[in-house]
Write a protein that binds this ligand. Sequence first.
Ligand code: NAD
Length: 414
Amino acid sequence: MGGNPFETSLKTLHEAAEIGHINPEVVRLLEQPKRQFEFTIPVRMDDGHLEVFQAFRVHYCDALGQVKNGVRVVPNMDMDTAKALGFWMTIKHAVGGIPAGGGKGGIKADPSKLSRREYEALIRGFIRNLPMKGAWVDVPGADIGTHGRTQAWMLDELESIQGFHSPAAINDKPVEANGTELSREATGHGAFYVTREVLKDLGWEGSKTFALQGFGNVGRVASELLQQAGHKLVAVSDIFGGIANPDGIDVFELGKYADSHGGSVKGFPGCKEITTPEVLETECDFLLPAAVQSVIHEGNADRIKAKLIMECANGPVTPEGEKILYAKGVTIIPDVLTNCGSAIVCSFERTQGLTDQYWDRETVRAKLEERIVKSYHEVAMVAKELNINYRDAAWVGALKKIEKAMVLRGWVWE
Ligand code: NAD
């Protein structure tokens, strides 16, 4: 997201609302969060001084259910970021058929500068000071700067406050702390299932070539599944650099190599070295940007050779880049659909906590596949019916679901 991320979200809202003829009262309600909290977390640091951290939490919209999603701990965290991400989560949940609203928040802090004790005190302080919490209100998950361990601290703090167990109130917990199977791999799996369906719909049969930016959690899992399905990775990059081989790169061997080379793909034998941005311009059938936002823009869009882009990262294609790509006939499957796998599995995590029934990995995988494939077909149908691109279709479909809930609840009049 370039510029102010919240303003960018509002622009997308207004464009999609116009295309979908969304009730103006719905748009009016979605122009700001339903609730937003800014609070402080005092932490006694190891050297004895008191540090006061700023924290944020947004309940953007809860028309479809209690809000849920990530807590980001980064030095530049602010309310606009929380609002923009909370809004995105509202749309993503609606796209993914998840009965939840969008929430997001975070703490302005650099985890790498905190001792383990300080970090734990900060995370526990977030839960203690969070004004509204619990499985039926707001379910915090992990994001940048938070992970399974922090989520287990959150759970422990919440349960200590409440005096009873509450596994459905915190997401992204390790399996051993009442978490769900497939939590880490959910987004990569989801991206694979959506890609598989898109390829079928495009009539692209047989083995295809693809390039990948970002060999992290999402990119690695998705590319492993794509290779197993017979497709060929021809270029991949990470923050350190990239590699290419038109004959194909074995994803599993590459994974082993990255594990023993500081997580990087750079230097993998038998490949030509390329730069990180060059991977995007590789000759291939489809492209998976799975690293960071705004990597495809007006400066490089005309050099993209792939005919299909699966947005695994959030916002990898800028609106200016998108226009150029559409003019070239490129199909773009938007982030809110391609990467909603972890949001879906988080919702399963809450369901398992509520019912005290913990599913095995295959059950979670099969339910994720069923849900995300259905979401893709819903988006594809709107795109076909209204003759619009997939991003607009995803947003229009999501806004229509939210509109319906708001009308039924009596928040707006039809
Ligand atoms: P990750 O940290 O595991 O991996 C990120 C990868 O991108 C690494 O290989 C890293 O080296 C590379 N990278 C980082 N900065 C880069 C840059 N400037 N240029 C090129 N490569 C760069 O992250 P992840 O969990 O795989 O997430 C990838 C993207 O997907 C992020 O944008 C994230 O916000 C988004 N996303 C992730 C999830 C999830 O469940 N993990 C869910 C939704 C969206």
